[in-house]
Design a protein around this ligand. Structure first.
Ligand SMILES: [Mg+2]
Length: 358
């Protein structure tokens, strides 16, 4: 069996959403993703995916395709058994551009796992076989939030994440509508940097005064406002999570030093697999909690996050619902979905993803 890389392929993967998804930074009705394939000489294919988020990561489908073109000479002809050396080199060949690196890292590790007969979840430690994801409610009216909450609870979800960040009064009404329609769910909030520190605190106070019992608040303020993050943390009776604030291990270290968050949201699309491994270590030694999220990946890319989460078993909150926001998408392997439960049981090689784009 030859473990040399014969080909690196990158192709547009355009995926429509079930319904437009609105957050504080914009609205999206399709995911303009990139499918990445690392093909070994024996025909083994490792699959990766990038879901570019121009506002958040600065990547677009076009930049990811261009970077993959640039990386091809550093990848083709390399031996997959030396995956870390290969990925250290590709990180050096093109700085930043983490979206492209994340997709390549997923594909390389999938190929490695398939070539060596080990699942990624086992490679990462095999702590758990399954995780439970939340479901995210897009920005909208209080009525729509209440309706969505009822629908998702009917589908088995026990954790709902409400997008907020435009207007304190409407957001408080939306949170209360969710609580009224789903009295037993765990509620978390995500403002995607939309609030001032004072407005963020005000929203939590108003919603909790009306019985909302919010469990966690993600990225209430601007990504670079470390002091604002700490202000919200100190004035709200709940954990504050840093999402857009943390892209790199250096960002995670700064959050730890400045006490800017109780939790860090790791997304493979923000930091790649290599970055995720380092951020996990930093957070654990700094006694900071961990959650894991996604951009708008299909099962192809999301599988890596599910395997990472199962393998480490260290995440307190799983926000991996992107497969439910996209229109149903045919792809073999990856993980098994049963409502909010994602299981890697039975996956014996890589992420197990098999997909034919033709
Ligand atoms: Mg977020």
């Amino acid at each position: 069996m030859s473990t040399k890389i014969r080909e690196l392929l990158a192709d547009p993967l355009d995926l429509p959403l079930k319904e437009p998804f609105k957050i504080a930074t914009g609205i999206k009705d399709a995911a303009w993703n990139v499918l990445i394939r690392v093909v070994l000489e024996d025909g083994t294919v490792g699959f990766g995916e990038v879901s570019p988020s121009p506002y958040t990561t600065g990547d677009t489908q076009g930049t990811v395709l261009a970077v993959m073109e640039q990386l091809r000479p550093s990848v083709v002809g390399q031996d997959i058994r030396h995956w870390r050396r290969l990925l250290n080199d590709t990180r050096k060949a093109v700085r930043n551009q983490v979206g492209a690196h994340s997709g390549l890292e997923i594909a390389v590790l999938d190929a490695f796992g398939k070539a060596r007969g080990i699942s990624l979840a086992e490679m990462f430690g095999g702590v758990r076989q399954s995780v439970e994801t939340d479901m995210t409610l897009s920005l909208g009216t209080p009525e729509k939030a209440g309706e969505d909450a009822r629908k998702f609870v009917g589908e088995g979800f026990r954790k709902l994440k409400i997008k907020v960040g435009l207007d304190v009064e409407t957001d408080a009404d939306r949170i209360v509508a969710v609580r009224d329609n789903a009295p037993d769910v765990e509620i978390s909030l995500d403002a995607n940097q939309g609030f001032s520190p004072k407005d963020a605190v005000e929203l939590v106070a108003r919603a909790n005064a009306r019985g909302a019992r919010i469990g966690m608040f993600e990225q209430p303020v601007r990504r670079d406002d470390f002091e604002g993050m700490r202000f919200v943390r100190e004035h709200c009776p709940l954990p504050v999570a840093a999402d857009e604030t943390v892209f790199t291990p250096e960002d995670a270290l700064r959050v730890a030093r400045e006490g800017a968050a109780d939790m860090i949201n790791i997304k493979v699309a923000k930091c790649g697999i290599l970055g995720a491994l380092e951020i996990i270590s930093i957070a654990r030694v700094a006694n900071i909690g961990l959650m894991i999220g996604g951009m708008m990946e299909s099962k192809i890319g999301l599988a890596a996050s599910v395997h990472l989460a199962c393998g480490f078993g260290c995440f307190h909150h799983h926000d991996l619902d992107t497969v439910y926001l996209l229109k149903p998408f045919e792809c073999e392997g990856g993980f098994r979905q049963e409502g909010p439960h994602f299981s890697v049981e039975g996956i014996t090689a890589g992420t197990g993803v098999k997909y034919d784009p033709t």
